[in-house]
Write a protein of this length. Sequence first.
Length: 395
Amino acid sequence: MPIPSPCIGVCTVAADGACEGCLRSLDEISRWSTASDREKLEILDATIDRATSQRLPAEAIRSHLNSLCKPPGSLGELERLAFELCRIQNTLAPTASPRRLVVFAADHGVAAQRVTAWPSEVTSMVVGVMAKRKSASGVMSRACDTDYRVVDVGCLHSPKVKADFVQGSQSTFWSYPVAAGTHDLSLGPAMSRTQFLAAWRVGTVQADAAANEQYAVVAAGEMGIGNTTSASCLITLLCGVSPEESVGRGAGVDDEGLKIKHAIVTQATRRAIPWVEKEDWKGVACEVGGFEIVAMSAFFVRAAQRRLVVVLDGFIATAAALLAERLCPGTARSMIASHLSAEPGHVKALQYLGLSPFLDWNLRLGEGTGAILLMPLLDTAVAMVTQMAKLDDVT
């Protein structure tokens, strides 16, 4: 296999003359297209050395946490959360604000096959409620002091949103539809490569916007009737697990619908195996993905490249994270897993990414709600690291 560029899109060169995402120099970027595989590996080794030399040692973080006025490890998982924040932000003075949740919405053609308890029309209806911040994710994000956006990447019906909420500096709703939903993945590819790139662009733009506006922490949620079928396909293919391990009830499909869903995931993933064998992850996403899942994947990749903390939501978001990691290895190092979903495939996906969730509350709504619930705990972790007295100060 040819060695791909570390950045899936165009490199963004910072003032120091290196790409913000892959850390290659201008000279290394210019030489990449004509370099041999050996030369490319040498370039990658050089960028890894540069990245490693700039990182705060893990032992320095642990030493700081153990120096605080408490028995080492006595705050349990809060200390692990604090460690992850310090590690990702590369500092002993982390921050959890400002922060933003972006909810990407799109419909799925496979919803017509009775794999879900709800009709596709519900997607645009809920998006309209989201734009008013009256959905679960909307009210929870406000309660947790988190900026909120919802982005139409391809709803079947145009959401009815008042002009006051439509894209602008203070808006909640942004519309960049790739198409009116994906094709039915039970009958053939869900999207074309052109559509994949269009959805990818939407996610990249939103991540760049958050970084440019100086957000420190971001999360992505989703809304799309039928999207657990797509996510189950992706997790099956990207993790190498069976449909039995990845398929669940989603938003509450009945026993008959669950059988249909399992059969469709089995059929669609078999069809996509040639893309897996070629390690063509874009091909996999085109075969069984969703516009909102691709947009989330791009959002994660770009946010990681821009050095943001990415709080990962549940089952659908983790399927997008798997795609991001396959396309741009190392993206998961910027992620913190918020919770363990009730969907059976979630634990396998998190294990593949090397992530351990902080909450286990039997959540299965999506929308980024699990990620939002972790935000106050991030605040608490920051307070512990930055405000707590040290043992040396009190002895």
